[in-house]
Design a protein around this ligand. Sequence first.
Ligand code: VAH
Length: 309
Amino acid sequence: NILIIGACGQIGTELTLALREKYGNDHVIASDIREGGESLMASGPFESLDATQYSAIEDVVMHYEIEEVYLMAAMLSATAEKFPMRAWNLNMNSLFNVLNLAKEGKISKVFWPSSIAVFGPNTPKENTPQNTIMEPSTVYGISKQSGERWCEYYFKKYGVDVRSVRYPGLISWKTLPGGGTTDYAVEIYHEAIKNKRYTSFLQKGTKLPMMFMEDAIRATMAIMEAPTEHLNIRSSYNLAAMSFAPEEIASSITAEIPDFIIDYDPDFRQEIADSWPSSIDDSQARKDWGWEPSFDLKNTTKEMLTNLN
Ligand code: VAH
């Protein structure tokens, strides 16, 4: 059986629904600190669970005979800057709990999400390589870089089968994102439909790596199903689909909603975005486990506007 920790979040919600579709509702246990939307809650077993409590996770793992854990609980980049110690505690202790359950042999496989936030201001910005300088300047990025080091350590030292991808900014319609810097790329669609206008908290020209959620879910399931001998990276794989700046997503919307307008009012999240790469080289993921994106900006915008309408 599979346990998703943080099942009510932006990725967790869609990952839970996709895993239930593939493996059967009763084989996929959703858990989170708070309940989720009705489609998630109605589709299978749910457990209220604090990801920082080892024994609470252990109880759920033993009760449901869990073999695989997807740890999707975390505090994202913008919120983590407001509560650094709470972010560090949640992001790191939840990972230690799950890695230690695997080390104790209580679960056999772990998925843990990293992020392009592991890169920092002096990382090469274009086509950022799999292995390069990474001096993250955000609490969230520091927790993801440190988490990657621990994943690789537990794999090498204890044989823990933990797998990870560095997600770019993710665009989805089923749930709202929580506290990220790339959330503007989700909010813009909601505002375009509601008010035909959006004030972006990132300025023109802020180009960031992005991905439609369907691609992100497919990548997650692909790396988890890959034969272990294909995986040469046990920190976290670079993953990419597209890169764009706010004015580009705006013009893809104007193509569908002609009188949509955008204006710009950058806030503290601008500095976070400026520390991240503009585009990512994901050739290692393509080579090792056949990664291939399928959504570009045009069809992402079509999907978002169709489903939000
Ligand atoms: C955030 N959506 O903005 C997350 C993600 C690359 C961005 O890590 O914090």
